[in-house]
Design a protein around this ligand. Sequence first.
Ligand code: TGC
Ligand code: FAD
Length: 392
Amino acid sequence: MASDLFESPDYYGVDDLLSEEHKLVRAATRDWVKKEVSPIIEDFAQKAAFPTQLIKGLAEIGAFGPYIPEEYGGAGLDQISYGLMMQEIERGDSGVRSTCSVQSSLVMFPIYAYGSEEQKRKFLPKLASGEFLGSFGLTEPNFGSNPSGMITNFKDMGDHYLLNGAKMWISNAPYADVAVVWAKNEEGRIHGLIVERGMEGFTTPETHNKWSLRASATGELVFDNVKVPKKNILPGRSGLGAPLSCLDSARYGIAWGALGAAMDCYDTALRYAKERIQFDRPIAGFQLQQKKLAEMITEITKAQLMVWRLGTLKNEGKATSAQISMAKRNSVEIALKIAREARQMLGGMGITGDYSIMRHMMNLESVVTYEGTHDIHLLITGMDVTGISAFK
Ligand code: TGC
Ligand code: FAD
């Protein structure tokens, strides 16, 4: 891939809304991404390989549990810093951001929010340092958008729980040391269990042949009479609201992250259009190309303001799930559109790995599907404004 010349767009001076700490966090993450991710990521994506060497560095920059308190190994930052980190990391690659989202919001968050003190002390510092990699098992082969129907279940055997079932499409699964798994008890109530690598009957086969998120490892979590110690159940919350609250945190990070991918596509297309000469002039001088660029920067600017406002609401504990859904859906939608337009602006070069655009475009096809599909988020907004659920 060509060297990483990324400069972030800021058409409305959104930087003025950020604190010095926010800017420092963003600069440090951006520098790290330019040094560690950009030079290798295309190769790993082409090979469909998981860049395990990034895990230590991600931990060092605080990308595992940015908002988890320092006493548990987290970085103790606010929600805008968390968002900016996800923006910068996804600017590099959605798959790398995926690893961070899962580790931070889908594994560390439920242990922090719903775990016992013993669970927090045992798992959080190791997850924050990257010694442990985690995964989150909600989706099943027959229950994706509708996780309440899950059939993975556990029985109380007196001194332990017996877990059976299978989860599908699980990020980090093949490399995971621990998995936060959502399963039903004998009464049909959903609980979170911490399943550890090495427990008998627990396997994590890898999912191959993906054209998207190729630098992220995806797999299954299979439970065949797995004996889970009773101390591994999350005691603080049960019911579908427990995993969905974790999704709120991850979806919030994705709202910022997808914007990072959009910025990278825009920045690449703008630079290319100014340099590429056709008909004796830079293609940036043609009205049709200017229309594309003008629409891209307009959408990026709107989304920047939206995620910043969402971050301030989240810092105040006021962001609603429906507000988060709207931002996740919007950022991914604009990022996908921008990636597709930007790819066209690069002509033939746009389909090569010399530029990041096609990789972003393919990655975003997963991002638009996971953590709630584009249409599911639309229906969440519809439910919020009408008070009527389209799901039931
Ligand atoms: P519904 O009856 O609406 O709700 C059940 C209970 O949950 C509560 N609730 C929430 N709580 C917290 N946060 C949210 N976002 C919540 N949404 C709902 C709700 O109040 C209720 O509580 P209670 O106390 O009354 O029981 O549930 P439903 O079955 O009708 O489903 C609603 C629906 C469709 C919106 C929900 O199921 C949904 O969001 N589906 C999408 C599934 C999804 O997003 N899966 C993601 C899997 S993980 C993943 O993709 C990781 S990719 C990570 C990466 O690599 O980056
Ligand atoms: P389905 O639910 O079968 O949906 C198929 C289509 O039907 C979609 O377009 C959907 O919008 C539409 N649809 C469904 N219901 C309705 C409705 N009521 N009204 C209108 N349209 C509807 N899951 C995890 O638990 N952990 C992970 O770490 C994880 N990582 C993932 C990584 C990748 C790369 C991918 C692709 C997925 C991952 N997922 C993970 C799963 C992801 O969350 C699901 O794919 C997603 O929730 C959609 O479920 P599904 O694929 O079963 O699609």
